[in-house]
Design a protein around this ligand. Sequence first.
Ligand SMILES: Cc1cc2nc3c(=O)[nH]c(=O)nc-3n(C[C@H](O)[C@H](O)[C@H](O)COP(=O)(O)OP(=O)(O)OC[C@H]3O[C@@H](n4cnc5c(N)ncnc54)[C@H](O)[C@@H]3O)c2cc1C
Length: 432
Amino acid sequence: MRAEVVVVGAGMFGSAAAKYLSRAGADVLVIGPESPDRDEAAPLSSYGAHLDEARIVRRLGWDRLWGTLDARSADRLPALEAESGVEFFAECGALALMGKGVRDRTREMLRLCAAGGIVVEELSTAALGREFPHLGVPPVAGGVDGLLERRSAGYLHPRLMVRAQLDLAMRAGVRLMRGAVTAVRKAGRAGPWILHADVDGREAQVETERVLVATGALINRTDALPPGRELDLQAFTEPNLLFEVAEAQLDRLRTLPTVVVVDPEDTGNDNLSAYLLPPVRYPDGKWYMRIGPGMQPLVRELRTTAESLSWCAAHTVTREQDLFLRNAMRVLVPTLEPVSVRTACCVVDKTPTRSPYIGALDGDDGLSVVVGGNGHGARGSDEIGRLAATLVLGETWDFPLPPDVFTPKWRTRATGPETGRPDYLTPPFGLC
Ligand SMILES: Cc1cc2nc3c(=O)[nH]c(=O)nc-3n(C[C@H](O)[C@H](O)[C@H](O)COP(=O)(O)OP(=O)(O)OC[C@H]3O[C@@H](n4cnc5c(N)ncnc54)[C@H](O)[C@@H]3O)c2cc1C
């Protein structure tokens, strides 16, 4: 089989990139497996960070790069829903509780929003209590500033957003192969690229001029890069707890926005940074509130394939992760009386640049990547995919920062794996 461009990975970035590539006139094949059932043993290439029901959306960004990615994507969500006919966005608002110790940062974030016409309300602790009586304010040293976005903010349903992107991509001519790439190599110095894929146990071979690898946080573990090469990027456990909400509490708690706490104090696992989703309906028909941590030490690095597989398959968080998350939920929603509590184990990736990697590797236009959501890539995914398509096709760059801020880096002996605690693992952790 042949295609002009092959996108490896049908997740949040790959599906968006495929849509933009085909709309620009490229002949595109996407290769990506079906989503596994939660309880089924599956190969590592089947897991994705989009296999959940809710990802926080806001336009208030930690910096100009993420703020622009997030705002451009969020502004397009209504059109994406309308075009695809798939509803995946809930505009329940997004609240950031920013420790006062990062006030300079907060002011800069507000300045960027004001310049972009994004309305963010500042709420004092008293105002927070009036607006959200069921929300507890975490005891961050020095107090918090509440920043509330009501419009174009809330959460998106990541599986459905991927479905919407793939539907639109296929309407534009993209072909979809349900399988996993098992090897990527170049036939001689001048190409083409040859990809091997496992499709229902049968081997398929695809020849292409350009490969865009979009295989997510476990990119270094899933055979979609040339043999022996790894990107300078780390994968981490992302432990979540899902608190089942009783019918009697549902109406009150559904008025909550999404919440993220930014605690700038470097106090290890006592750091209070966390994120919280309001009640969301899951495939079992029940409503759950989901909570996750910042990048406290309890969020551990996944260094090997075996560690990664066991984390993804077992759905067991550690005791310290469990205690941390239960405590965070008690602080943030003190009146919650859950019917049950269950775990969800996902993986996030962190790049040393803190930006996504988008672009060619080794200066070879034939092999590009789009990866590095840094734990919050879902909301900016449409723009991230668009930028990837722009670079793969060599089209005019129209982002306010130059393309080299996204340049991917290989891991070398000098760059890793990390031995000490990298600076992105010290607070403040940013906005999940
Ligand atoms: C618990 C958790 C909470 C999060 N919360 C938020 C949030 O609130 N807001 C937000 O914006 N972001 C959030 N994120 C991050 C966001 O989900 C990710 O940044 C985003 O999904 C990254 O998209 P991706 O395309 O890089 O990876 P993915 O969405 O993981 O897609 C990668 C795809 O590649 C496929 N693949 C892997 N190997 C192969 C192979 N060899 N061949 C073919 N296909 C392959 C996988 O099956 C998968 O479908 C969260 C992540 C987690 C884990």
